[in-house]
Design a protein around this ligand. Structure first.
Ligand code: SAM
Length: 232
């Protein structure tokens, strides 16, 4: 259904704020849902944290600075298939959709059914497929949606609080489904994700994003191609 409220807020924002340079030329930005987290998003996120503190892992959604770093590191603008693990209330999801080409596809996988239902209702874009379940099932969910191997997988799920076997399964699944030369970007409070992922994908690039509550570690892995090379 056409949402006139989105039109109003999008054009109001366009009047007061230029597009971010590092998101590049955004062909679908005008049609994209409102980018800013609303008060409703923030409240929904906080309630999600109250429901499951260790599963959600944060009391507020990611900052725009963090969103932009994820877009850059995962090279979302060049990707044909993107997978997001743990979209929550969808701020990161919208940032990816704004940066993606019109032909690209985004599969988001969210464990919390309340977040999933909200996401399916609020992030309406024909390039976006929302699935409810655990990130352990990426391959199955890609197959259901008939999507090819992803060029980029971005994860905010809290590896530091999950049981060892689940963390190991998700990391193995990420490494298996990622296209050769593809990127896995994980933003985390603690570094445990590297224990699970580095045995499969090698040493990551590591950065801090200080402009976030709380400050986040951002890990970026590049899956080697068949001849063993990694794109810079
Ligand atoms: C820190 S929040 C990130 C939310 C959002 N991407 C953001 O940056 O604002 C982590 C999200 O991961 C979800 N999650 C936790 N474990 C998961 C799993 N095994 N599979 C899929 N999603 C999971 C949580 O429900 C929560 O929505």
């Amino acid at each position: 259904m056409h949402d006139a409220r989105n039109d109003r807020t999008t054009s109001a924002r366009a009047a007061v704020r230029p597009l971010d340079d590092d998101l590049g030329d955004l062909p679908t930005a005008v049609d994209a849902p409102q980018a800013d987290q609303t008060t409703g998003d923030r409240l929904a996120f906080l309630l999600g944290f109250v429901r499951d503190p260790s599963g959600v892992g944060s009391v507020v959604p990611s900052s725009h600075r963090l969103e932009r770093r994820l877009v850059r590191n995962a090279r979302i603008g060049e990707a044909r298939t993107v997978v997001e693990l743990g979209p929550g209330t969808g701020g990161t999801t919208r940032a990816f959709l704004r940066a993606m080409s019109p032909q690209a596809r985004l599969l988001s996988i969210e464990l919390d059914p309340v977040f999933h239902a909200r996401l399916a209702r609020t992030v309406r874009d024909p390039r976006h497929f929302a699935e409810c379940g655990s990130a352990e099932r990426i391959a199955e969910m890609l197959a259901v949606r008939r999507l090819p191997a992803p060029d980029a997988i971005v994860s905010g799920i809290p590896f530091s609080t999950m049981p060892q076997d689940i963390g190991e399964r998700i990391a193995a699944e990420v490494a298996a489904v990622l296209a050769p030369g593809g990127r896995f970007v994980a933003y985390q409070v603690r570094p445990r994700v590297a224990e699970f992922t580095s045995p499969h994908l090698g040493t990551p690039k590591f950065e801090w994003e200080a402009w976030n509550i709380p400050p986040m570690r951002v890990f970026t892995w590049v899956k080697p191609t068949a001849d063993g090379t990694r794109r810079p």
